[in-house]
Ligand binder design. Structure first.
Ligand SMILES: [Zn+2]
Length: 314
C-alpha cells in the first residue's frame, strides 16, 4: 500500500525534509544547513519549521514520519543516543517530539542502515537478499541485509564494521580500540596519512592549490595527477578496504557489496582496484562477489524507503 511520508535526513552539515510516498515519488523537498551549535531547542525548532515548509509545498496529508539520523540511535525508543557531529542531539527523543508535533507515528534509522534499505527498495539491491552497504566516508560503517531483512543484532547495534580491528596495535581509533578498519581506511585516516607524509606529498608530483586542506579529497586529486606518495597512500587504503570486505564476506557470504560515501566517488579506477584487491584477498576462498557503487541521488528517497520497508517487512 502506498503511504505518504514526511521524511528527514539529519546530518552534521545539512538537514533535508522531504514529502513523498513509499513508491519513491517526491512531492517536495527542502534542504537547510543544520543548526547545531545553538542548543537543542533551536535544533528541534528547525526540524519543525523545515517539516512544515515541506508539507505546505507538497499540500499532502501524511500518514507516517521517517527519520534518518547520522549517529548512534535507539530504534525501539526513537531516541538519538549520541551523534558525534550534532552534540546537541545527544539523548534527544526525536520520534516522540515529531509524532506529537505532526500527529503521525515516527520511525528512526541510522544513516548506513537507511542507505542499505534505500538500495533494497529503490536501488541496486532491489533483487538482492544478502548484501552489505558500506559507507566509506569520514568514518566507516555498514548496513547489512541477510535473507532479505535488515540485520539488527541483540542490541540493535549490528554492522559496526568500521570498528573491527584489521591491524593489531595499529593507530588509535575514535572508539578506543586500535587499528580499526575506520582508523586505517576512512577519510580521516587518509588525512592522517597525508599529514604524516606531507613533505613527500608536496614534492612527489602534481599540484596542490595553495590554500587546499590536506584531506582525502586533496590526496585523491594528487593521485589522479600522478603523485607517487598519494598513489602509495591510495593503494594502502585499497588493500585495507579489501581486507575489511573479505573479513565481513567470510562471515556473512553476501552476494553484493555496495560502496557509498565520499570515497566511493573517487573514480572508477579506485573501485576497480578494490574489486581486484578483494579477488586477490579471497585467496583459496574464491567466490563471485559483486562490488558496486551506491546509487546516486538516493539519499532523498531513504526516509520514504524506510517507511516502505517497515510496512512491507516489519
Ligand atoms: Zn574503532
Amino acid at each position: 500500500m502506498r503511504e505518504v511520508v514526511l521524511g528527514y535526513d539529519v546530518g552534521g552539515t545539512k538537514i533535508l525534509a522531504v514529502v513523498g510516498d513509499t513508491n519513491g515519488v517526491v512531492y517536495s523537498k527542502i534542504e537547510k544547513k543544520t543548526i547545531k551549535h545553538l542548543g537543542r531547542e533551536r535544533l528541534v525548532q528547525q526540524l519543525y519549521e523545515i517539516g512544515e515548509e515541506a508539507l505546505k509545498t507538497a499540500d499532502k496529508k501524511i500518514s507516517k514520519i521517517g527519520i534518518i539520523f547520522a549517529g548512534l540511535i535507539d530504534q525501539t525508543t526513537g531516541t538519538v543516543i549520541t551523534s558525534p557531529n550534532i552534540p546537541s542531539a545527544d539523548g534527544l527523543k526525536i520520534c516522540e517530539l515529531l509524532t506529537a508535533h505532526f500527529k503521525a507515528p515516527s520511525y528512526i534509522e541510522n544513516d548506513a542502515t537507511a542507505a542499505a534499505i534505500a538500495e533494497k527498495m529503490f536501488g541496486v539491491a532491489k533483487n538482492a537478499d544478502d548484501f552489505i552497504y558500506i559507507p566509506l566516508s569520514t568514518g566507516i560503517g555498514s548496513g547489512i541485509f541477510v535473507n532479505g531483512r535488515v540485520l539488527r543484532g541483540a542490541h540493535g547495534l549490528a554492522g559496526e564494521l568500521g570498528h573491527t580491528v584489521i591491524q593489531i596495535h595499529g593507530p588509535q581509533c575514535t572508539c578506543g580500540r586500535e587499528g580499526c578498519f575506520e582508523a586505517l581506511a576512512s577519510g580521516s585516516a587518509i588525512a592522517r596519512y597525508a599529514a604524516e607524509n606531507i613533505d613527500d606529498l608536496i614534492h612527489n608530483g602534481g599540484r596542490m592549490h595553495e590554500k587546499e586542506r590536506i584531506d582525502a579529497r586533496a590526496v585523491f586529486n594528487l593521485y589522479m595527477q600522478g603523485n607517487r606518495t598519494a598513489a602509495e597512500i591510495v593503494s594502502h587504503v585499497v588493500e585495507v578496504i579489501a581486507v575489511g570486505i573479505v573479513n565481513i564476506a567470510c562471515i556473512l557470504d553476501p552476494e553484493m557489496i555496495i560502496l557509498g560515501g565520499g570515497l566511493s566517488r573517487a573514480g572508477d579506477e579506485f573501485i576497480e582496484n578494490i574489486r581486484k584487491a578483494v579477488k586477490k584477498e579471497f585467496k583459496t576462498m574464491k567466490r563471485d562477489l559483486k562490488i558496486v557503487r551506491a546509487t546516486t541521488d538516493i539519499t532523498e528517497l531513504s526516509p520514504l524507503a524506510l517507511i516502505g520497508y517497515q510496512s512491507s517487512f516489519e
